[in-house]
Design a protein around this ligand. Structure first.
Ligand code: 5GP
Ligand code: ZN
Length: 145
């Protein structure tokens, strides 16, 4: 895609601090460095978000994450854990519409990364859970239509 910043990083038109590259993915430091070592893994093929992956691309991209994550973790003994995040859609904080996976090293619960989601389990009842469950199940084979 001509106007995509990550396609330009993949092609080398825009420079990046690349830490891993093969025929399927490129991994490079996120410019924001939310925490030191914050790395993005992007498929070389332009896909906007997770919803656009087929099984083959998903297997190829996601199977590469553990190796890259282990190298990032091993790069600094102060890294104690890692959040792996993939934002899909503006409402979910996606700002670059070339799919990417964030590897965010964690140093302590006081470092510069926060993630909050509410526990609404008290508000839901059996009927609501069942209706949500069934609605998802009903769409599970949409790919094959
Ligand atoms: P999103 O919000 O879409 O999940 O994440 C996009 C990420 O891309 C952000 O964390 C942002 O810092 C990073 N980013 C945006 N432009 C560039 C760039 O030109 N180079 C690099 N290395 N990262 C970028
Ligand atoms: Zn792209």
């Amino acid at each position: 895609m001509t106007d995509c910043i990550f396609c330009k990083i993949v092609s080398g038109e825009i420079p990046s601090y690349t830490v891993y590259e093969d025929d399927v993915v490129k991994a490079f430091l996120d410019i924001s460095q939310g925490t030191p070592g914050h790395t993005l893994v992007v498929p070389k093929k332009h896909v906007p978000d997770l919803f656009a992956y087929d099984e083959k691309l998903a297997a190829e991209v996601f199977s590469r994450l553990p190796k890259i994550a282990r190298a990032v973790k091993a790069s600094n003994p102060a890294i104690k854990g890692m959040n792996v995040i993939n934002n899909n859609g503006k409402v979910a904080y996606q700002s670059v519409f070339h799919s990417h996976i964030h590897l965010i090293p964690r140093y302590s619960d006081q470092d510069d990364f926060k993630m909050i989601f509410k526990d609404n389990s008290g508000k839901y009842d059996e009927a609501k859970y069942k209706q949500i469950q069934q609605s998802i199940i009903d769409h599970m084979d949409d790919d094959n239509d």
